[in-house]
Design a binder for this molecule. Structure first.
Ligand SMILES: Cc1cc2nc3c(=O)[nH]c(=O)nc-3n(C[C@H](O)[C@H](O)[C@H](O)COP(=O)(O)O)c2cc1C
Ligand code: SF4
Length: 488
């Protein structure tokens, strides 16, 4: 099975002319020549599912946003380019190699849902992607593609939570990237409270508990949030039709997906494959297979879902097949662990990453998360016993209590699955039968250079209060923010 080139072109178009020469622009042209309902029906028929991690049907989301259009306030399309899932580098690769497709997809979305504003949310650290994207936006403006649409490129914070869609909207609104409770089509960017347009910004309610409702005095413009890869797929769906899109992939997961493969492989890589391709083949195609002389022991799909064991490596890469084995596809970032990797060290590293990145609006997520990370660090250093392992299990039961976003469940999924599937290794550490090891570095990728994955090594210094101070203040980011607001 070969690599496919739909959103990752074999030769990246350097200019708008190059992009046009390969059919670029035809999707927008077709969308503008027809009505919104027809475009949405085509997207629905294609079965395109959001590539940000949850696999939500894109057509269904567009229909909901279009139906909730406000006569008074602007609808906004927000492009989620915040990519920070450990083991994932696909959106940044698309932005580097095919930015015009992302811009075209976003403009098609805007014209379809009636948006007059498009916001691209990237991280301020994504220098090459910001440059490529800005050039593509300029090209689109010069070609008249963006007429009547304000396009903004927003440089957001480095935090993992910034990729969570409601946190991204908070950041765009000028606040900390803390998740909200309401879905974004109910609570869009630049919320307005009747009679006091600035109340939200001054209220300190950075992740407001109140739901958007006209009778609560809140007018919330609908906002469509889609992932970079989702939107990069849109132009071809509109130009070539749903049947063409479905000519690759499975019934429930049509099309292709851009995978990142890192870890114990011959090389690190990013490549586009047909949905439904067995994971073993993806590891071979994109990563050159496991290191010679070793076998795959486990594969993580980022830090969101249950870790796969060796027996599950032939699972097809699709939403339904990954769900059927109790895991998830996430953003198709596959981290491969071979027989030399200590899975308890991986659990400790993943737990630490999630606990540090937790914002602390929900106490169990932060406090139990940090406690789990500490306990696991002790276990992998072989300094802890059976009682500590019992405590990890106990804390895992409560860590997601009252959680307003998925991050707390990620602790349960990832750590729970490692404890469950690699119990013998865990037992060896608690009984003193395993060599002590340090927690593994689990952090976001800063680059995939050549064949090498570069992880953010600074993350080990990041404190749970999101500073890089020598000492942890003991405060959660949400508490620091509240204190800061109260003082100012
Ligand atoms: C902790 C967390 C981090 C996330 N990070 C990203 C991200 O970096 N990029 C992204 O597109 N979606 C991310 N998501 C998913 C988004 O919340 C959202 O589902 C997605 O942007 C919707 O777009 P889609 O429907 O096109 O997939 C994250 C979710 C969570 C809970
Ligand atoms: S679940 Fe965790 S990361 Fe999500 S909002 Fe609550 S404290 Fe923050």
């Amino acid at each position: 099975m070969p690599l496919i080139h739909r959103v990752l072109p074999p030769t990246p178009p350097a200019t708008l002319e190059d992009y046009r020469a390969t059919g670029g622009g035809k999707g927008l042209q077709a969308a503008l020549a027809t009505d919104a309902d027809t475009v949405i029906a085509e997207i629905e028929a294609s079965g395109l599912r959001g590539r940000g991690g949850a696999g939500f049907p894109t057509g269904q989301k567009w229909r909901a946003v279009a139906a909730n259009r406000s006569s008074e306030l602007t609808t906004t399309v927000v492009v989620n380019g915040a990519e920070g899932e450990p083991g994932t580098f696909k959106d940044r690769t698309i932005l580097r190699t095919n930015p015009h497709a992302v811009v075209e997809g976003a403009l098609i979305a805007a014209s379809t849902v009636g948006a007059t504003q498009v916001v691209f949310g990237l991280k301020h650290t994504f220098a090459p992607e910001l440059a490529r994207l800005r050039a593509a936006v300029d090209d689109a403006r010069a070609a008249g593609w963006a007429d009547g649409i304000e396009v903004i490129v927003f440089e957001g914070p480095e935090e993992y939570l910034y990729g969570e869609e409601t946190a991204l909207l908070e950041a765009v609104d000028g606040r900390m990237p803390f998740p909200r409770i309401a879905p974004p089509f109910r609570r869009g960017v630049t919320e307005v409270v009747e009679g006091d347009a600035d109340l939200w910004s001054r209220s300190g309610l950075s992740a407001h508990v109140e739901m958007a409702a006209p009778d609560a005095g809140i007018i919330a413009p609908p906002t469509l949030v889609n992932n970079v890869e989702t939107l990069a797929n849109v132009p071809a769906v509109v130009a070539r039709g749903a049947a063409w899109f479905r000519s690759e992939g499975t019934d429930e997961s049509p099309g292709t997906i851009v995978c990142t493969v890192t870890g114990s492989t011959v090389r690190a890589g990013v490549g586009e494959i047909a949905m439904g391709t067995p994971l073993r083949d993806v590891i071979e195609l994109v990563g050159g297979g496991v290191r010679p002389g070793h076998r795959v022991k486990a594969v993580a799909t980022g830090v969101s879902n249950a870790v796969l064991s060796e027996e599950q490596i032939d699972t097809p890469v699709s939403y339904e097949a990954m769900a059927a084995i109790g895991s998830g596809l996430g953003s198709a970032g596959f981290v491969v662990f071979d027989d030399e990797v200590d899975m308890v060290a991986v659990a400790a590293g993943a737990s630490r990453f999630l606990a540090v990145e937790s914002c602390g609006q929900c106490r169990p997520c932060k406090q139990d998360g940090l406690a789990i990370a500490d306990l696991l660090a002790g276990i992998c250093r072989s300094e802890a016993g059976e009682h500590d392992l019992d405590l990890v299990h106990e804390r895992l039961q409560f860590v997601a209590d009252g959680a307003r976003c998925f991050l707390a469940y990620q602790q349960q999924n990832v750590i729970g699955s490692i404890l469950d599937r690699f119990g013998t290794e865990v037992e060896a550490h608690v009984s003193g039968g395993a060599a002590p090891v340090e927690p593994a570095l689990v952090s976001e990728l800063v680059d995939v250079e050549g064949d090498v994955a570069v992880l953010n090594e600074d993350h080990v210094r990041k404190q749970p209060d999101w500073t890089y101070d020598e000492e942890y203040s003991g405060q959660a980011p949400a508490d620091r923010d509240a204190e800061h607001r109260a003082a100012s």
